[in-house]
Design a protein around this ligand. Structure first.
Ligand code: GTP
Length: 595
């Protein structure tokens, strides 16, 4: 155990975490050159395309240090995006140290700070690394001072490195040996292993990734999951190098996978403790804190007969993604579907894409919404995660909305525009600090506004330089109303939104105008109306279609006719028939783009 080092790399997005991980793997001979698929740790196709790390993964590496000894490095990859900070914290629970990677041409950003604090809270040894020093714009001295000033971590010995050229990699490996403490734990004690991650593999079934704290686990053992007492025979244990490598045992201090006969995918809960049935531990390890979804949206299959398939796919995804929540929901407009809870917008995007790509289901997604608290006249408090379910105003005393505390880092020159944006979004300033060139702004902003388009706007007004981190701060009463949309006289429940009263008329007009542009013309005139209660606040007309699409084809050109019909069919895939009118997917998200 003296030769084991468990560590993670934490960084702000794009500061080079995955590139550095690849370098470390490469240097330790984990993969041959031809296998060095760019960024091996980001295993899912989707991640490769988006270039962000979603699931924490791990690699076990052997490193021969300058002292001549061979060390086992367990590198645990962590995601950098604000939506996934819970995955950072659970990966860190399996480590004794963390490399804090900061882009030397950029400096300290919001997630550098947030992730670093998570590591410090968990008593990890934090090792600062200044990456991208090969760039002409790199200014390691300034960034070193920023790390000390903003985060308060000693950066005087920070390694200068370039994950791109390989500079400083050996230094980093030696520093890990020297500064990251070896794990403590008793290999002879009853087994206690923490489930860091679990996922469904189509060949071997459920795979769990564990950090063994005490004891050991091997094939043919009978393991027990402490949360529900379920028992399974262990088929295989091993490590990822990052290719999977079967081993005889995994013992205290190690990180690796366990394959067993787990059939019920919900059994392998991330954060649960694995022990042995023959000699169980007396109590489980402290688990991870329950993750709360902050953004909700309805997911409906375009083809209603794909409902069951959607349910199964969500169940499989959930195993792989502990933060995903879902429950059945019925919409008058969209039929049977699920109300799903996500950590944030990026998380929602990813789930949606994985459903479509990996499970081949076409979806209609409704606009994301936050969770409101409603104080009823009878004194009870209810949570509303679907605007269509907001009780009748006569029964409500007040509506409270979630407020987030946002920490924004940005270069001085953008302070003015960012403050204007925060004010527009009903934010109130809590703090503002200068750290040299960087400014730290702290704002309390209604989450509802953030879900809309805050992040995109922030990036655009600051030309990409501002970075954001946030956490739920409190619930606050606000003057909110439900805005309903009527298409052809019928209320479309999936289009309802909750907005601030002061903006309601404006938003109603804007939304009606947008829908007019999105909903295709039908054979008859269609009215699009926005209403608050029974008051219509806006109305637009979609003129009837005069000719049908084939009219132009003079009956003769059959191939052209077929093409047109096919085009029409493809266009239909993302439409939902609501009453007599077909509404395309974009309509349900129209509310998100405010101008
Ligand atoms: P997420 O996975 O999205 O959190 O990003 P990351 O922190 O893993 O960053 P990634 O490794 O994907 O690197 C981001 C970009 O920076 C890529 O285009 C890399 O090629 C580039 N990059 C990484 N390290 C270096 C470096 O040392 N020098 C230079 N010039 N570019 C680098």
């Amino acid at each position: 155990m003296r030769h084991i080092r468990n560590f993670s790399i934490i960084a702000h997005i794009d500061h080079g975490k995955s590139t550095l991980a690849d370098r470390l793997i490469h240097r330790c001979g984990g993969l041959a050159d031809r296998e060095m698929d760019a960024q091996v740790l980001d295993s899912m196709d989707l991640e490769r395309e988006r270039g962000i790390t979603i699931k924490a993964q791990t690699a076990s590496l052997l490193y021969t240090a300058k002292d001549g000894q061979v060390y086992q490095f367990n590198l645990i990859d962590t995601p950098g995006h604000v939506d996934f900070s819970y995955e950072v914290s659970r990966s860190l629970q399996a480590c004794e140290g963390a490399l804090l990677v900061v882009d030397a041409s950029q400096g300290v950003e919001a997630q550098t700070v947030a992730n670093c604090y998570t590591a410090i809270e968990q008593n990890l040894e934090v090792i600062p690394v200044l990456n991208k020093v090969d760039l002409p714009a790199a200014d390691p001295e300034r960034v070193r001072a920023e790390i000390e000033d903003v985060i308060g971590v000693d950066a005087s010995e920070a390694t200068l490195c370039s994950a791109k050229t390989g500079l400083g990699i050996d230094d980093i490996l030696e520093t890990v040996v020297r500064r990251v403490p070896p794990p403590v734990g008793d290999p002879a004690a009853p087994l206690k292993a923490l489930i860091i991650d679990s996922w469904f593999d189509s060949y071997v079934g459920v795979v769990i990734l564990v950090r063994v704290i005490d004891g050991c686990i091997k094939a043919k053992d009978r393991m027990r999951l402490m949360a529900n007492g379920a028992e399974y025979p262990v088929d295989q244990v091993g490590v990822f190098t990052p290719k999977s490598l079967v081993r005889e045992t995994l013992s205290a201090g190690e990180v690796g996978f366990v394959i067993s006969g787990i059939k019920v995918i919900s059994d392998a809960k991330v954060g649960d403790t694995v022990t042995l049935a023959t000699r169980p531990a007396d109590k489980p390890l402290p688990g991870f804190k329950e993750i709360k979804s902050q953004v909700f949206a309805g997911l409906y299959p375009v083809e209603s007969n794909e409902y069951e398939q959607l349910r199964e796919s969500l169940e499989k995804l959930q195993l792989n993604d502990a933060a995903l929540r879902f429950e059945p929901e019925v919409s008058q407009a969209l039929g049977f579907g699920f109300r799903c809870g996500f950590l944030g917008l990026l998380h929602m995007d990813i789930v949606q894409e994985r459903l479509e790509r990996e499970f081949d289901i076409d979806l209609i997604t409704t606009a994301p919404t936050v969770v409101y608290e409603v104080l009823m006249k009878d004194g009870s408090v209810m949570k509303v995660e679907n605007p269509a379910k907001l009780p009748d105003p006569s029964k409500m005393d007040e509506i409270r909305e979630p407020i987030i505390r946002a920490t924004i880092y940005l270069p001085q020159e953008y302070v003015g525009v960012v403050i204007t944006l925060c004010t527009q979004k009903r934010g109130s300033q809590v703090d503002m600090r200068y750290h040299g060139r960087q400014v730290q702004l702290v704002y309390d902003i209604p989450m509802n506004e953030v879900v809309m388009d805050f992040f995109d706007r922030l990036k655009s007004v600051s030309r990409g330089y501002a970075s954001l981190d946030y956490e739920l701060h409190c619930y606050q009463a606000a003057d909110l109303v439900k805005l309903d949309m009527l298409v052809n006289g019928e209320k479309v429940d999936a289009l309802s939104v909750i907005v601030h009263r002061a903006n309601a008329h404006y938003r109603g007009r804007e939304l009606a105008a947008k829908l007019r542009g999105i909903i295709p013309r039908q054979m008859f005139d269609v009215a699009v109306q926005a209403a608050i209660g029974s008051t219509i606040v806006s109305r637009e007309n979609i003129k009837a279609l005069r000719k049908n699409v084939l009219a132009k084809c003079y009956g003769g050109d059959i191939s052209r006719k077929r093409k047109l019909l096919e085009k029409q069919k493809a266009g239909k895939r993302r439409m939902k028939q609501v009453g007599a009118v077909e509404i395309p997917q974009e309509a349900f998200l129209a509310v998100l783009r405010t101008d």
